[in-house]
Design a binder for this molecule. Structure first.
Ligand SMILES: Cc1cc2nc3c(=O)[nH]c(=O)nc-3n(C[C@H](O)[C@H](O)[C@H](O)COP(=O)(O)OP(=O)(O)OC[C@H]3O[C@@H](n4cnc5c(N)ncnc54)[C@H](O)[C@@H]3O)c2cc1C
Length: 513
C-alpha cells in the first residue's frame, strides 16, 4: 500500500469544510493525512443559503444526520424555485425538483400535454408536477420511497444558514481528527523544477508542507490563480450581472418550501425562508443600474424589517480555464462563479469533490488524472452556464435595458441548438455528465414562455381520449395527495425545529407526522 497522502486544504468556507468532511469520511485514515488552514481575520463569504437535492446525498454519504443538521443551521425544506416576472411582467412559474406526470413508453410526458393544447385544453403543465402543487400549497412531506405513486416523483433540498453549515461541518471534521490551523497565508513555496506546491507559509512564519493542496480560498484563488496564474474565462457578455447585495430580514408570513427569485429592473432578487430569518438580496448588473439605485430598488421591494444593512459583493460570471493544475485543485469560489439563480455553487463544490475522490492521486502529480478532472468540470460549468443564460435570453419583457439586451444577445452555439430543438417539437436533450435533467430544462423553457411548435408524432400512438383522461387523472391524484400533506412550517417545527425559534411564528397548527 502507498503511504498516506499529505493533504493541505486552504480555506474554511463551505468549500473547505465540505472537502475536509468528505475526504475525512470517505478516504480511509491510512491513506491520508489532512490539515485545514484558515484565517478568522479574513472570514468567509457567508452567503449561499439555497441548495439542490444533491446536498442530501452528500450529507447522507458522509454520515450526517438530517434533522440534526437542519436544527443546527435553522434549515427549511425546498421543493424548487419560484420565478416571478421573468418571462414577462406578471408571469410566474416554479422550477420543481421533480418530474411532470410520468414518462410514457419512452416519450416525454410533456408531449401528451402539448398534444392536449391542440385538443383545446389549456391545462397548466405545473398542475402535473407534484413538487409544484405541494410548493404552491405550502405543504411538505418526504417523498414516498420504493413506490411508483405520484408522491414519489420529487425530491427536496434545504435552505440553510451558510455560516452555520460551515461551522457544523467544522465540528464534524474536527471530531474525525482533522487539524485546523488558524493563520493567514503569506507565501507559497514551490518546487523550482516542477512548479508543484511544497508548502504554505503563514504570517507567523509557520510552514505547512504537503503533497496535495486544495485551494478553497474563495474569490482570492490564492493558489490556482495566485500561484499558477490560471486564466479566467469571462462569461459576462451572456451573464451580465456583476454585483450582489445581500440583506437579511425578519421572518414574517408563511414559511414557503421554495426559494423565490423575482426579476427586477437590472437583475433579480432572491427570498430564502429560514427558520429564524429571511435571506434576501439583489443580484444586478452595474452596466444597467448604479449601486445607489439598486439599493433603493431592493429596499423598496422588501416588506419585512431589516436585520442588518445591505452588503455589496462584486463578481464576474465565469470560471478559471481549468480547476486543477499540478498538485493543486481549486474548489468553490476559487475555481469560478456563476450567479446563485439556480443555487448551483454548492452543487459545483460537491460534484468537484466527488470527481476528486475518484481521481485522487496516490502520490505525486499524474497528468492523466488532472486532464480527466478538468474535462468533467468543463462540462459541469458549461451546462450550468447555458441553463442560466436560458432564463435571461427567453424573455419578452422589453421594459428595461437589461432585459432587452438579454433577449437580443447572441447565445452560445450549444444553447442555440438546444433551444431550436425544443422550439420545434419539444425535444429536450438528455446528457450523461452535468446538472439539470430534462424536467428542469422543460420547466424553464415553458416557464419563460417557449411552447413547442409541434408535438412528437409518437404521441399519437395513444388514442386521444384515453391520453386526455390519463392526464386529468394525474392532476386529480396530485391534488388529492397534496391536500393530505402537512403544512411546511409545522413539518419543519416538528422534525427539525431549531431551539431559538419562537413558536409564535409557527402559526400553522396542523401537524401530521
Ligand atoms: C451573493 C451570493 C449568493 C450566493 N448564494 C448561493 C446559494 O444560494 N446557493 C449556493 O449554492 N451558492 C451560493 N453562493 C455561492 C456560495 O456562497 C459559495 O459557493 C460558498 O460559500 C463557498 O465559498 P468558498 O468556501 O469557496 O469561499 P469563502 O467562503 O470565501 O471561504 C474562503 C476561505 O479562505 C480563507 N482564506 C482566504 N485567503 C486566505 C489566506 N491568505 N490565508 C488563510 N486563509 C485564507 C478564508 O479565511 C475563508 O475561510 C452565493 C454566492 C454569493 C456571492
Amino acid at each position: 500500500m502507498d503511504k498516506p497522502l499529505d493533504i493541505v486544504i486552504l480555506g474554511g468556507g463551505t468549500a473547505g469544510w465540505m472537502a475536509a468532511a468528505a475526504l475525512s469520511a470517505l478516504l480511509p485514515a491510512g491513506r491520508r493525512r489532512m490539515r485545514l488552514v484558515e484565517s478568522d481575520e479574513i472570514g468567509i463569504v457567508g452567503v449561499g443559503e439555497a441548495t439542490l437535492p444533491h446536498i442530501k446525498n452528500f450529507n447522507d454519504s458522509i454520515g450526517i444526520d438530517e434533522a440534526d443538521m437542519m436544527r443546527a443551521t435553522n434549515a427549511t425544506f425546498k421543493l424548487g424555485i419560484h420565478f416571478v416576472d421573468w418571462g414577462f411582467k406578471g408571469s410566474s412559474y416554479i422550477h420543481p425538483f421533480g418530474v411532470h406526470g410520468s414518462a410514457q413508453a419512452g416519450l416525454g410526458f410533456h408531449q401528451q400535454w402539448r398534444r392536449s393544447l391542440d385538443a383545446g385544453r389549456d391545462w397548466d403543465i405545473q398542475d402535473f408536477s407534484f413538487a409544484c402543487v405541494a410548493a404552491n400549497a405550502n405543504r411538505f412531506d418526504f417523498p414516498a420511497v420504493g413506490k411508483s405513486t405520484v408522491n414519489s416523483t420529487y425530491s427536496y433540498a434545504y435552505h440553510f444558514d451558510a455560516s452555520l453549515y460551515a461551522q457544523y461541518l467544522r465540528r464534524f471534521v474536527e471530531a474525525r481528527g482533522v487539524q485546523r490551523i488558524e493563520g493567514k497565508v503569506r507565501d507559497v513555496e514551490q518546487d523550482p523544477d516542477t512548479g508543484d506546491i511544497r508548502a504554505l507559509v503563514l504570517e507567523s512564519g509557520e510552514r505547512i508542507a504537503g503533497q496535495f493542496f486544495i485551494d478553497c480560498s474563495g474569490f482570492r484563488s490564492l493558489l490556482l490563480a495566485g500561484r499558477f496564474g490560471t486564466g479566467w474565462d469571462d462569461w459576462s457578455k451572456w451573464l451580465p450581472c456583476d454585483r450582489a447585495m445581500p440583506v437579511p430580514t425578519e421572518r414574517c408570513g408563511d414559511l414557503t418550501p421554495y426559494t423565490r427569485v423575482i426579476a427586477m429592473n437590472a437583475g433579480w432578487r432572491w427570498r430564502i425562508p429560514l427558520q429564524h430569518r429571511t435571506g434576501n438580496g439583489y443580484v444586478f448588473s452595474s452596466r444597467f443600474i448604479d449601486e445607489d439605485k439598486a439599493r433603493a430598488e431592493l429596499l423598496n421591494s422588501l416588506g419585512e424589517p431589516l436585520l442588518a444593512e445591505p452588503r455589496m459583493l462584486k463578481f464576474q460570471a465565469g470560471r478559471r480555464v481549468h480547476s486543477w493544475a499540478r498538485n493543486c485543485v481549486a474548489l468553490g469560489l476559487s475555481s469560478g462563479f456563476l450567479e446563485p439563480l439556480e443555487s448551483t455553487s454548492i452543487y459545483l463544490i460537491q460534484i468537484a469533490i466527488m470527481h476528486l475522490l475518484e481521481l485522487i492521486p496516490t502520490k505525486g502529480h499524474d497528468q492523466r488524472l488532472v486532464d480527466e478532472f478538468n474535462l468533467r468540470m468543463d462540462l459541469e460549468y458549461e451546462r450550468i452556464r447555458d441553463f442560466l443564460i436560458l432564463h435571461y435570453h427567453l424573455n419578452s419583457r422589453e421594459d428595461t435595458e437589461l432585459w432587452r439586451y438579454c433577449a437580443a444577445m447572441d447565445v452560445p452555439d450549444s444553447l442555440r441548438r438546444r433551444i431550436g430543438l425544443f422550439r420545434h417539437s419539444g425535444i429536450v436533450e438528455q446528457y450523461r455528465h452535468g446538472l439539470f435533467t430534462p424536467p428542469s430544462w422543460l420547466s424553464v423553457y415553458l416557464g419563460q414562455g417557449l411552447t413547442p411548435e409541434h408535438y412528437s408524432p409518437l404521441a399519437d400512438a395513444a388514442p386521444l381520449n384515453r391520453a386526455l383522461k390519463d392526464l386529468d387523472e394525474i392532476r386529480e391524484d396530485i391534488r388529492d395527495r397534496v391536500d393530505e400533506m402537512p403544512k411546511h412550517a409545522s413539518f419543519v417545527a416538528r422534525y427539525a425545529g431549531a431551539p431559538q425559534v419562537d413558536d409564535r411564528h409557527l402559526h400553522e397548527a396542523e401537524v401530521r407526522l
